[in-house]
Design a binder for this molecule. Sequence first.
Ligand code: FAD
Length: 399
Amino acid sequence: LKKPNIVILGAGYAGMITASRLTKQLGHNEANITLVNKHDYHYQTTWLHEPAAGTLSPERTRMPINSVLDLNKIKFVKDSVVEIKREEKRVVLENGELEFDYLVVGLGAEAETFGVPGVHEHAFSKWTVNGAREVKEHIEYMFAKYNNTPEPQDELLTFIVAGAGFTGIEFIGELSERLPQLCAHYDVPKDKVKMYVIEAAPSALPGFDPELVEYAMNLLESRGVEFKINCPIKEVTESGVTLASGDEIKAGTVVWATGVRGSSVIEKSGFENMRGRIKVDLDLRAPGHENIFVIGDCALMINEEINRPYPPTAQIAMQMAEVCANNIKALMKGDSLKQFKPDIKGTVASLGGKEAIGVVGTRKLFGTSANFMKKMIDNRYLFLLGGPALVLKRGKNPM
Ligand code: FAD
């Protein structure tokens, strides 16, 4: 009897947990499992605001895939996915093709520009290890250049973050925390540096508890961050941003963090989608596709209580992966499939240094207790992926 081919696309939170669970739950002779990823390492996207601002080495946010998955039990293919040929059950890669009986799509997200011109050309919008490296190097170059221009160019020291959501706030938290050290290192007066967070919506951190939002904004303002809320950006240019009001803010650095859309592979492959995300059935399959599971940021699921989609988070990606692995095994054995129901344990946003805000269960957390919880959440993921050994090797010190 031919062993079925299970192909997993993407080695992020969704793909790695699915791969790890399937290799444990299925015997070697039950299936051929293949994982495809652009790089031969896995990175923790939720940590990337730190290397982007230069407060953590990028090496701390990634790990070789063969250090966490047993490559005797799973085949790893380092390649880029170009298209999924749904009806032919094939995946087209940049350098080859794969046939599947069961497919897991976990290709993550890409920046949402909302059609604002100039984002891809002039802003930093890639939340990947290489993207984070580029932002860090660029920020340092702006500081280094400042004292080497004949005329003072203050805009070199103006940093704009577009979007006051989770990612934008966590990034400016790290950058504002690092600022005194950058100024000292590059002999730059602190009052020359300007940091803006520009948000089109009527509040920062939409959906977060207002008391926590106020705490975060006050803290960041005390470090010199200026918020421009209710202030859509019309265009990103070579010299900064133009606002809907027509005003221009000159800046040497624009970091784009206004939210995400699903992988462009989804649209290219002809799936019905909303901003690159597939509205999955409750068992996590793409509608009309018996053997294709879509999980993580590529999947869209509605929270019936508020009739809005669940936000794309690592927390949900990991929970989806557990159910997906279970359901593939169930399909293979002819058992009934589980329905996915997110179990939101809480949300914590770091604000740089020992500061954070969050809600865990019904408890609001501020400052160091929230920061402790944030590090525990980061470590919990490592535990789920690789057990206590991975936490000891790669975890964060919560104190
Ligand atoms: P990802 O983890 O992004 O993984 C996708 C993988 O697919 C990557 O390895 C990528 O290289 C690979 N890939 C992509 N395209 C291709 C291709 N064409 N071919 C081959 N491989 C490909 N969520 C939380 O729950 N809590 C947080 O505190 C939090 N903080 C965040 C902070 C930041 C700075 C950012 C950017 C996000 C944060 N998120 C947080 C959101 C979270 O990171 C995502 O929801 C999560 O990463 C989604 O997991 P995923 O597996 O779908 O995608």
